[in-house]
Design a protein around this ligand. Structure first.
Ligand code: HEC
Ligand code: CU
Length: 314
């Protein structure tokens, strides 16, 4: 049999296909009905036919209400159904495991929290929710896995996410679905879904320095520690416990220190200056890659205050 659609390999694939089939059937029925009526009238009112052309003025209120209200209800039902499915596809469960993706012309760079790195391939375990945190190094790309029925734009200067639970073992094509330059069509890869035990073995075999440790190393290499260490002579904020806290800004507003805030603090330090400090931090935009920023964020996340660390012990 010819496959009309890619395999259904994620927890939402079946629902997306059902919605698609219902919409296809509905719009198909309407199109066919319009063409049937058109052809019937073409024949009935062809030139020299003896059809009634007196053009009597008649109204059938019931019919007119029915053909207005019924399609309206049908399309509202489709709308409600789509919205509920869409919000399910956009809301990752709390226990979803993060994996980081950096897109650049023309490749997908994948970084697992344990330090495993891949290019143009992504290994995931079967049956476990995975949350991809994605950003682009250059232009807009779009992460698309047809077998998962999931797609998400990947933008420079922003973190977008996509989540899925793979439900079938195997290799599935990964595509870029946003025209991104000369080699766009070759910006492809493979998503490999493995049994949890095989996946654990794969992680072990490819384990590297953890993402947070890589960040710690970069923090020294890029000179961040020269200003941000407590021993440094420069008046710069202490980054312990920064992640998730509320930061007062020089303009009087406040902001929550999330991934995006830390990203922008590094790449666009003038955008939001912490209150009480001079805007002396240099911009790292163009000097370090988005994968470096991801490692730095992981490192800053791992830096708790002494108090938080003590609380976690208990
Ligand atoms: C020349 C000294 C200097 C260097 C080098 C430097 N910073 Fe900063 N950084 C500052 C100062 C001063 C501020 C506070 C003013 C501001 O928000 O721009 C700051 C703010 C920050 C903030 C926001 C902190 C908060 O409390 O809101 C983060 C995050 C940060 N830096 C990370 C880094 C990282 C990561 C690096 C290395 C890639 C780095 N900094 C390099 C001086 C520096
Ligand atoms: Cu692309």
């Amino acid at each position: 049999m010819i496959a009309l659609s890619p395999p259904q390999a994620s927890s939402v694939a079946g629902s997306v296909d059902t919605l698609f089939d219902v919409m296809l059937a509905l719009t198909g029925t309407v199109s066919v009905a319009v063409f049937v009526v058109m052809i019937v009238f073409c024949v009935k009112y062809r030139r020299r036919s003896h059809a009634d052309r007196s053009n009597a003025n008649q109204t059938r209120l019931g019919v007119e209400i029915a053909w207005t209200v019924l399609p309206f209800l049908m399309f509202m039902a489709l709308f409600g159904w789509s919205i509920s499915l869409w919000s399910r596809m956009r809301t990752p469960p709390a226990d979803a495991a993060p994996i980081y993706v950096v897109a650049k012309q023309w490749m997908w760079k994948v970084q697992h929290p344990g330090g495993q790195r891949e290019i143009d391939s992504l290994h995931v375990p079967l049956g476990q929710p995975i949350r991809l945190v994605m950003t682009s190094q250059d232009v807009i790309h779009s992460f698309y896995v047809p077998a998962f029925r999931q797609k998400q734009d990947v933008l420079p200067g922003r973190y977008t996410q996509l989540w899925f639970t793979a439900t079938r073992e195997g290799d599935y094509p990964l595509l870029c679905s946003q025209y991104c330059g000369t080699d766009h069509a070759r910006m492809t890869g493979t998503v490999t879904v493995m049994k949890p035990a095989d996946y654990a073995r794969w992680l072990q075999a490819h384990a590297g320095q953890g993402l947070a440790e890589q960040g710690a190393e970069r923090f020294r290499r890029f000179g961040c520690s020269g200003c941000h260490d407590s021993q440094s002579g420069v008046h710069a904020p202490d980054l312990d416990g920064l992640y998730g806290s509320t930061v007062p800004l020089a303009d009087g507003s406040q902001v929550r220190a999330d991934d995006r805030y830390i990203h922008d603090s590094i790449m666009l330090p003038r955008k939001q200056v912490a209150a009480g400090y001079a805007p002396i931090m240099p911009s790292y935009s163009g000097r370090i890659g988005e994968d470096d920023v991801l490692a730095l964020i992981a490192y800053i996340k791992s830096r708790r205050t002494a108090m938080e660390a003590a609380r976690e012990q208990h």
